[in-house]
Design a binder for this molecule. Structure first.
Ligand SMILES: Cc1ncc(COP(=O)(O)O)c(C=O)c1O
Length: 430
């Protein structure tokens, strides 16, 4: 993004005006959830003022609600590159994944295997691990802890057990590694497995193309990319049609409705659609960045979404390079955990700081208006495999499109002042 576009992006986020302890807040907690632009706030407000009703066709606001949800499905179809009836809305990714696991389990029999990974967030492990109660075997693909990436050799060997389901994340919310998800899906299909991809972390950082990936199910959460707190799932129509999810007889029995239970989070859906439109709008503006010509208004919204995410990615990865270089060279007590240089990654950088646990470091930074998370971020197995679970986990810096180099310089400066960190920790414990 040009400086001008970066400034435009920042100006869209009212939350960035917040100060804490006399310092502007730097939201470096993106992998936990993004701030939202004014247009998303406006869409939620507009829904609640002008459309608030249950779905139906008997009066105006009910009709408007139905068409708003249909429009949102169309927008997410472009986001995923699928058709509208493959877009499922839910409370959050975890709840959708539990419903999916329960539905898929009705097709499995005792002795069948489900393959999960050590890299995944618990939201893509727990729903599968609990199937062990029904006699389903759950195997895990190992993480190569030296490179914080999936051990592809171990994946191939575990696939030889012919699992019925392979549940895997696109990118790690713990350390930022992007996995070769297309290859994993292809290998899984070769042994007849259905694939369930957790794209919650990835979806904020790059375009998802379910057609190209040939994914069966892929889940994400709108609050990780500028939207409200809802979950969204792509479900391949042939696969969804074969499921018999647990639901009420009032539920439509056709895709995508059959796996949605009860009244949806209408205002959340309105905001989520606006979040994708925000990305597309940046894509349109970033057209200027690429070749000096104005963004092509005729290009499809899908192309605008891709351009927007690519523009964000470029901005984020430049800052990531700066941050990794600075922390490695200037903070000798910090150890960065993540993929090897050159391996595909997101802008999420995690580290430990010798002598202090992650919670202490995160609170110290938070006290300076640098909002970052410390702990395991529910990537519990990964953090355990790194040998850090009993030691407080990792400090995580999530770099988002509205973050700046100046904010990261503040983080490096703060980390460089160990005496102040020590004083802060002493004060808190005395
Ligand atoms: C990679 C990943 N998967 C799944 C989840 C769970 O998402 P949700 O909060 O929508 O259930 C998260 C949340 O942090 C995540 O980062």
């Amino acid at each position: 993004m040009t400086d001008q576009l970066s400034e435009y992006v920042r100006n869209q986020f009212p939350a960035l005006k917040r100060e804490f302890n006399g310092q502007p807040v730097a939201y470096l907690d993106g992998p936990g959830g993004y701030q939202v632009p004014e247009s998303v706030i406006a869409a939620v407000k507009h829904y609640l003022i002008d459309m608030n009703a249950n779905v139906g066709n008997q009066f105006e606001t009910a009709q408007n609600t139905s068409s708003m949800i249909q429009d949102a499905r169309d927008i997410f179809a472009e986001f995923f590159n699928c058709s509208w009836d493959e877009v499922v809305f839910g409370a959050n990714m975890t709840t959708l994944n539990f419903a999916l696991a329960q539905a898929l389990a009705r097709r499995l029999t005792s002795g069948d295997t489900v393959l999960i990974t050590e890299m995944d967030h618990e939201a893509n492990r727990g729903p599968w691990l609990q199937l062990q109660d029904r006699g389903i075997e759950v195997a895990e693909v190992a993480v190569d802890i030296g490179t914080c990436s999936l051990d592809m050799g171990d994946l191939r060997s575990k696939l030889s057990k012919k699992p019925k389901v392979v549940a895997v994340n696109y990118a790690s919310n713990g350390v930022g590694t992007i996995s070769d998800i297309q290859k994993i899906i292809q290998l899984s299909h070769e042994v007849g497995a259905i694939t369930v991809v957790d794209a919650v972390h990835y979806a904020a950082h790059g375009p998802v193309d379910v057609k190209k990936l040939d994914a069966d199910f892929l889940l994400c959460s709108a609050y990780k990319f500028f939207g409200p707190h809802i979950g969204v799932m792509f479900a391949k129509k042939e696969e969804l049609s074969r499921l018999s999810p647990l639901n009420l007889r009032t539920q439509h029995q056709s895709p995508p409705f059959m796996i949605e239970t009860g009244t949806l989070h209408h205002e959340g859906i309105a905001g989520a659609a606006a979040a994708v439109e925000f990305i597309a709008d940046i894509g349109l503006k970033a057209g200027n960045d690429h070749d000096g010509s104005p963004g092509d208004l005729k290009s499809s919204r899908r192309n605008q979404i891709i351009d927007g995410l690519r523009a964000f990615e470029k901005h984020e990865l430049a800052l990531t390079d700066y941050f990794i270089e600075a922390i490695t060279s200037k903070i000798p007590k910090a150890t960065v955990y993540g993929p090897a240089r050159g391996h595909p990654r997101t802008s999420t950088v995690s580290f430990t700081y010798e002598g202090y646990n992650a919670n202490q470091v995160a609170k110290y930074l938070g006290n300076r208006g640098l909002f970052v998370w410390g702990g395991h971020f529910y990537a519990i197995r990964l953090v355990e495999r790194l040998g850090l679970l009993d030691r407080g986990g990792l400090v995580r810096i999530g770099i988002s499109p509205y973050n700046t180099k100046a904010e990261l310089v503040r983080v490096i400066d703060a980390l460089g002042k160990e005496d102040e960190l020590q004083k802060f920790v002493k004060r808190k414990t005395s």
